[in-house]
Design a protein around this ligand. Structure first.
Ligand code: NDP
Length: 267
């Protein structure tokens, strides 16, 4: 990708203090975008901002995406400082590593809250501004788990599947209003996702999984995402061979995929 393609376009990334969000921020900044970095940990956002091309171009807005009032204030702050939002990347998320039998209903709800309700709440706060602009691109970071449904990730798979369908409805409703909608389905990407993933009692798993350790590098993954998004692709599956094969087989023979998934190593 050539430098400067996104010349001062405003790209707002949630979950930008780590992993995929941090890597996306770097790629967008290298392309000349003005990046707005959001997550709860302000000091980590500042660390990421300082490492971007032209740190002075970019903005940190720390808040908790699950708190609707904080999200609304953050949107107003971004509009005041940047006047517009060209891309919103709903990336902040939290995974799960627990069997259904071991997962409390509170943990199920927490995962749904961040991976589904927070994403739609953010998008609904931003939509009036995008509609007013007559253009905009909303990107949701779902998961291959949301296409397949795997063991140890029941509520996570459900939330990631739900955001896919919500995004499809959004696209249909706003197609005539200049809005692009993309959904990204990552396979395994090497980040802190498994350290932060909740066990059944709602505590962080606090250790790395083999599957994530051997996943794609976040930087390589981010390059592919940005290329696909800039080509206005709507359905974007990026992962290793095993995950891509799983998605392909699920379309041809769901029954075969259900059998395969039981035997696959997902943690
Ligand atoms: P990380 O755990 O490294 O990053 C998660 C990010 O989300 C952090 O920046 C964290 O920042 C932010 N976040 C978490 N909770 C909140 C909150 N309540 N409010 C605001 N920000 C929050 O994981 P990844 O980078 O891997 O995850 C990014 C996205 O990619 C997630 O949606 C994840 O589900 C998805 N994904 C990842 C895969 C992988 O293999 N890595 C595979 C499939 C999907 P902070 O703690 O500072 O708030």
């Amino acid at each position: 990708m050539s430098q400067g393609n996104l010349d001062q376009k405003v790209v707002w990334i949630t979950g930008a203090s780590s992993g995929i969000g941090e890597a996306l921020a770097q790629v967008f900044a290298n392309l000349g975008a003005k990046v707005v970095l959001s997550a709860r940990r302000g000091e980590e956002l500042e660390r990421v901002r300082q490492q971007l091309n032209h740190p002075e171009n970019h903005l940190c807005v720390a808040f908790d995406v699950t708190q609707a009032d904080q999200a609304q204030q953050a949107v107003e702050q971004v509009i005041e400082k940047c006047q517009r939002i060209d891309y919103l990347i709903n990336n902040a998320g939290l995974s799960q590593r627990a069997l259904i039998a071991d997962t409390t209903i509170d943990t199920e709800r927490r995962i749904m809250e961040i991976d589904y309700f927070a994403q739609i709440s953010m998008t609904k706060c931003v939509l009036p501004y995008l509609e007013n602009q007559g253009s905009g691109h909303v990107i949701f970071i779902s998961s291959v788990a949301g296409l397949l449904g795997t063991q140890y990730r029941a509520s996570y798979s459900a939330a990631k599947g739900a955001i896919h369908m919500w995004a499809n409805s959004l696209r249909a409703e706003y197609a005539e209003k200049g809005l692009n909608v993309s959904v990204v389905f990552p396979g395994f990407v090497k980040t802190n996702v498994s350290f932060n993933a909740l066990n059944g009692a709602g505590q962080a798993q606090a250790h790395q999984d083999e599957a994530i350790e051997n996943g794609l590098k976040a930087d390589d993954f981010a390059q592919k995402v940005v290329k696909a998004v800039m080509n206005d692709q709507e359905y974007i599956v990026i992962g290793g061979l095993k995950e891509k094969l799983g998605v392909a087989i699920s379309r041809i023979s769901p029954k075969l995929m259900y059998k395969m998934i039981r035997k696959s190593k997902v943690k």
